[in-house]
Design a protein around this ligand. Structure first.
Ligand SMILES: [Zn+2]
Length: 420
């Protein structure tokens, strides 16, 4: 079975073409995507073999669970050592890890233990009869399908509500939000009647849906025009999101560091009044958010200032690659380990929203400074993190055409999917 990442590789474009051909010709065969059935739990029998499944609960430890199954203290020690050495597992996670215990017959001791730390990995321990336990890690094959969901913004709607109504899972919606936020302003670009669609992966195992994968393509009819993004794997193996023309869609900075926050004051560049001496300029954008809301770094960079002044209150300033700096003001508190000189990732929390300094209520005041000059975060053209060169753009265009054709088919019948 081919994995999505292989198929979407431009090297494997022909395979993608074939996948599309299969989609088109066997359309009648693909039926409604089956919804997951409840996971089997409890005891099952195959022949005389008897298997019981235990879902790790809070307070459970490996040794407690093993002793409950009648294993000896020697077994417990041997299993714990092997699991740590061969599979890197030393602790169990409550409510997510599962353990299967198998006995040759009801009355015999456990001879096989399967620890399931993720839907895509199983660690099998077998006893060889001399008391030694052997460990083998098995990757579970995933069957990945690309599905299409489309929706429309209604009166008084938010993109989030419209997405949920369209059947887009919350995690995928959050990813879509992060992607589109580079190109549009959810505060001002969203209106009733706008349409959108999302193509994303669903991972199946043994015919059951296990989880969702990545966003493969997204389209949104924003006020400023249609915004489209495609996930694409370059020849060097790196993946990124690109717009319809193959320009990098992920920008080095975010216009709105806090998703979904309402803009309460926009950027204005009015000069200082020469006579009265007061200024009406607002060198940044204000986002309403409650005190304590984490503030993510708008882009990767280094902390160049962290302190307090009368106007900004607690503030932090980052320097990014190229000629950009960003400043975040009125913080209620800083993050202990994020100090002057610290390197931060895009999205890493650098402080918390507050109302310190000259502020009338909790909000984030956000500035982007380009070459020492304040610019409007909502309109400044921001550099892309990854761009395609000429030959990659050509390959991307071919890939995009295949994807667009497949999406046209999915539009006609949303119960179809692309087998990746
Ligand atoms: Zn402000």
């Amino acid at each position: 079975m081919k994995k999505a990442k292989d198929i979407l590789n431009p090297v494997n474009l022909t395979r993608m073409v074939m996948a599309l051909a299969i989609l088109l010709t066997l359309i009648a065969i693909f039926l409604v995507v089956t919804r997951p059935a409840p996971v089997n739990a409890g005891r099952t029998r195959g022949g005389d073999e008897c298997t019981s499944v235990v879902v790790v609960a809070s307070g459970d430890t490996l040794s407690k669970l093993l002793l409950e199954q009648g294993l000896t203290h020697n077994d417990v020690d041997a299993i714990a050592k092997t699991l740590k050495k061969d599979a890197g597992i030393s602790t169990l996670r409550a409510d997510s890890d599962k353990i299967e215990f198998t006995r040759p017959t009801d009355s015999e001791p456990v001879s096989k233990i399967v620890v399931i730390p993720s839907p895509w990995k199983q660690v099998e321990l077998t006893c060889d009869g001399t008391g030694a336990w052997n460990c083998k890690t098995v990757d579970i094959e995933r069957d990945t399908r690309a599905v299409y969901r489309a929706g429309e913004i209604l009166d008084g709607d938010s993109f989030y509500l419209a997405g949920q109504r369209a059947g887009v899972p919350a995690g995928i919606l959050a990813d879509v939000y992060d992607l589109l936020a580079f190109e549009m302003d959810f505060e001002r670009d969203v209106r009733a009647g706008q349409k959108f669609w999302v193509v994303y992966e669903e991972n199946f195992s043994g015919g059951q849906k296990i989880d969702n994968g990545r966003v493969l393509a997204v389209s949104f009819d924003a006020l400023r025009g249609n915004v489209k993004m495609y996930r694409y794997r370059k020849a060097d193996g790196t993946t990124g999101y690109y717009d319809a023309d193959g320009n990098g869609a992920i920008k080095s900075l975010k216009r709105t560091p806090i998703n979904n926050a309402k803009v309460t004051s926009s950027f204005s560049n009015k000069r200082k009044h020469p006579v009265l001496g007061y200024t009406r300029a607002h060198k940044g954008v204000d986002f309403r958010a409650s005190t304590g809301t984490p503030i993510p770094a708008a882009g990767a960079g280094r902390v160049v200032a962290r302190g307090y002044n009368r106007g900004h209150g607690n503030y932090i300033k980052l320097r990014h690659n190229g000629s950009y700096e960003t400043l975040y003001a009125h913080l209620s508190k800083f993050v202990k380990n994020v100090k002057v000189g610290t390197n931060v990732r895009q999205g890493q929390t650098i402080g918390y929203v507050g109302s310190t300094g000259m502020s009338t209520g909790p909000h984030l005041h956000y500035e982007i400074i380009k070459d020492g000059k304040h610019v409007n975060p909502m309109t400044v053209k921001l550099p892309a993190i990854s761009n395609l060169n000429k030959s990659e753009k050509k390959k991307f265009a071919e890939y995009r055409e295949i994807m667009d054709n497949a999406i046209e088919e999915l539009k006609k019948n949303q119960n179809l999917f692309i087998q990746l």
